[in-house]
Write a protein that binds this ligand. Structure first.
Ligand code: AMP
Ligand code: MG
Length: 491
């Protein structure tokens, strides 16, 4: 890598853009100019991420950056592109989709390697179909908050660099205002990119895409006897690990279509997502998902189904049904191993696994589901169970049944040192998650020009395992009205 490609570190330096997806060529994207919004203004800037990327924070605060990241001007050196992909939506082949409102500004060389920078909501592209290419402030704040919440939890995700608002009207169920989120990821490639070239019968382009992804992100696969089967297995494993982390923290994605599945196993495309309040495995967070295809408990199975779509798309390259099925087989073992490890960690079982651990976990999850116990509060209080058992018992209506489980748990933990166990658990059971009602409150305030609740929420979500005593109100039970919040695909 040439040293001249690395952005210079001197103050107020603009980033040095490289063309994104350039190695792939014109079949993969279209050059697009953003469509300016009126009177752009900052809603939020992510100083921590700017530093990680090696971006100059002073430059990020500049008028040039505001106009560039609001899509009002093309930043010097940037060559924005929208990429083309297809996908299965709600289990049905949807044909060509593509970046209908996303523009990749380019790629930056960062201390962590190349990172793509993308605007969401900067106007129409050749892939907008009937859409307006815009995103509303409400959904953009949700995306900004949740990508940073996921990062704070240590769960792989695209990141949010900044958020610009505009008074320009956008019509959804009602008239709202526009916003543009700038998000970053090593790559925004999705399962749907592979499906696009495979279903179109363009197998040489499919091979080029797969080779690009292997060379850049999965170099070990190049050595395997069947590199494309190895890629499918590696993506299956990463996806399994991601799903285990979602299930352990109580995250519901809401629209797990294959076009929203990252080839890098990142949480991608924040729409009608939700962190569970009460633990309900049947919970459906997407108001538009009447059949419950993406209900919380179905997510791991849906991810596996999506991987089969990826496998199908890669078949012209893998060329062996056995090899493809074997690669996909890796998903289940990886998911179960990761979920068991995550749940044992949440219980503070920091010693070697014992034969009764799985039953202890399963029985607890059944009890939590039956009683609809608040997921985040239960697990956080459990960290202090050995010091303050009553606070946990209080969460249950059927106390005798919980007491019976708690007795087994105490016996299992008896030989573990209580304080180190508590500290271990506090690193695995967040005090703060982005509950729907907290997002709604921050959105309502931001709509009236008050960004303080958004900043307060971001502060705790960046470090969700810490106590933040001054922000304790954000760690409480959801208010009654939280249950009636309806989040649809409208964004
Ligand atoms: P989503 O359900 O948000 O993942 O979007 C599915 C597809 O619709 C993607 O191709 C998006 O780019 C596209 N899309 C969603 N909303 C809009 C919009 N307002 N304008 C243009 N395209 C959109
Ligand atoms: Mg999407």
């Amino acid at each position: 890598m040439s040293a001249t490609l690395i952005p210079k570190a001197s103050a107020s330096d603009a980033p040095a853009w490289q063309a994104a997806l350039a190695e792939l060529g014109p079949a993969f994207f279209s050059r697009v100019e953003p469509q300016p919004l009126s009177q752009p203004h900052w809603i939020a800037r992510n100083g921590a991420l700017a530093r990680e990327l090696g971006l100059d924070e002073q430059w990020l605060a500049s008028q040039e950056a505001l106009f560039g990241f609001a899509g009002c001007a093309v930043l010097p050196g940037s060559q924005p592109v929208a990429s083309v992909y297809s996908g299965h939506q709600f289990g049905v082949w949807a044909g060509q989709l593509g970046d209908g409102r996303a523009l990749i500004l380019g790629q930056l060389q960062t201390p962590q390697g190349p990172v793509e920078v993308q605007l969401k909501g900067a106007g129409r592209t050749p892939y907008s179909r009937m859409g307006d290419g815009r995103a509303v402030l409400r959904s953009s704040i949700r995306e900004y908050l949740c990508s940073e919440a996921m990062h704070g939890l240590g769960i792989p995700t695209t990141r949010a660099l900044c958020l610009a608002g505009s008074p320009s009207p956008v019509l959804r169920e009602e008239v709202e205002t526009a916003a543009v989120v700038t998000r970053t990821a090593p790559s925004f490639l999705r399962f749907g990119h592979f499906e696009h070239f495979s279903h179109g019968g363009r197998h040489e382009l499919l091979r080029q895409l797969a080779d690009h992804v292997i060379a850049r992100y999965y170099p070990d696969c190049a050595q395997a006897p069947n590199p494309y089967a190895a890629l499918l297995e590696a993506v299956s494993r990463r996806t399994a690990s991601l799903l285990a982390q979602w299930q352990a923290v109580g995250f519901c994605h809401g629209v797990m279509n294959t076009d929203n599945m990252s080839i890098l196993g990142l949480t991608l495309d924040y729409g009608p997502f939700q962190f569970l309040d009460a633990f309900d495995p049947d919970h459906i967070c997407n108001h538009s998902d009447s059949g419950g295809r993406y209900a919380f408990k179905r997510q791991p199975g849906v991810a596996h189904w999506n991987l089969f779509c990826l496998g199908q798309a890669l078949m012209p390259l893998i060329d062996s049904e056995d090899a493809a099925l074997q690669a996909l087989q890796a998903y289940k073992g990886q998911f179960e191993a990761d979920l068991t490890q995550a749940l044992r960690g949440k219980l503070g079982l920091l010693d070697a696994e014992q034969s009764q651990d799985l039953a202890l976990v399963d029985d607890l999850l059944q009890l939590l589901a039956r009683e609809r116990v608040d997921h985040t509060i239960f697990w956080r209080r459990l960290c202090d169970f050995r010091q303050h058992p009553t606070a946990v018992h209080e969460l249950f209506i059927d106390r005798p049944t919980f007491a019976a489980w708690a007795g087994r748990y105490e016996t299992r933990c008896a030989h573990l040192e209580p304080h180190s166990q508590r500290d271990f658990m506090r690193q695995r059971n967040p005090r703060y998650v982005l509950r729907n009602h907290l997002g709604e409150q921050a959105i309502a305030a931001a709509k009236s020009g008050d960004h303080a609740p958004l900043q307060q929420l971001l502060r705790v979500l960046h470090a969700p395992f810490e106590d933040h005593p001054q922000d304790a109100a954000l760690a409480g039970f959801p208010p009654d009205w939280a249950a009636s919040i309806e989040i649809s695909c409208s964004s």
